[in-house]
Design a binder for this molecule. Structure first.
Ligand SMILES: [Zn+2]
Length: 184
């Protein structure tokens, strides 16, 4: 369930990020973008993604962090390897996840999309719990934002080709779409 743009606390942890702004007026939420992230790359479960989206990443922790610590980015949600959902930005606000992007001829997908990060890499199989959580989250979002039809669920790679590759070959689109279509 979604209330005022936020998943209920029973469904998701709330860690509000300062990295958002208002969506343009008269723009409907009509696209779901699936991403992956891991910090440092390939390492999971250390809280660094939360720190990154909250502008609290300590760049002295890891050399990689020095290349990203000054970025101000966010996603609406992240799904951990254990299938736990954390929400950082209200779905009614504009999170900063897509960057330069285009879908169906419309630029700047952040204006009209919801960004979901899966904790992972392009080449590491995602967990069963992540698919289950992603399917449940997708259904809730499609109920609240009916313009997110199945054909308007894409990867970051699809809206920023040549620049982004996530969620990568490891993401099983047929498994995800199959679960979604089952409706159970
Ligand atoms: Zn991405």
């Amino acid at each position: 369930m979604i209330l005022n743009g936020w998943l209920l606390p029973a469904i998701a942890l709330h860690k509000p990020s300062p990295n958002f702004n208002a969506r343009p007026e008269l723009v409907d939420v009509s696209l779901l973008v699936v991403h992956n992230i891991s910090l440092p790359p390939g390492e999971f479960g250390n809280g660094c993604i939360d720190q990154f989206f909250l502008n609290q990443l300590d760049s002295s922790q890891h050399s990689y962090f020095q290349t990203i610590a000054d970025l101000c980015v966010s996603a609406h949600c992240m799904i951990s390897r254990a299938g736990v959902i954390t929400q950082y930005v209200s779905f009614d606000e504009r999170a900063w996840h897509a960057g330069q992007s285009c879908f169906d001829g419309i630029d700047d997908c952040n204006n009209y999309s919801i960004g979901i990060e899966l904790e992972g890499t392009d080449t590491t199989p995602y967990t069963h719990q992540q698919y289950v959580a992603l399917v449940e989250l997708t259904r809730m979002l499609q109920l609240a934002y009916p313009q997110i039809t199945d054909s308007r669920i894409v990867g970051h790679c699809d809206i920023a080709p040549g620049r982004k590759t996530d969620p990568g070959d490891a993401f099983d689109w047929s498994l995800y779409r199959g679960k979604l279509a089952l409706g159970v």
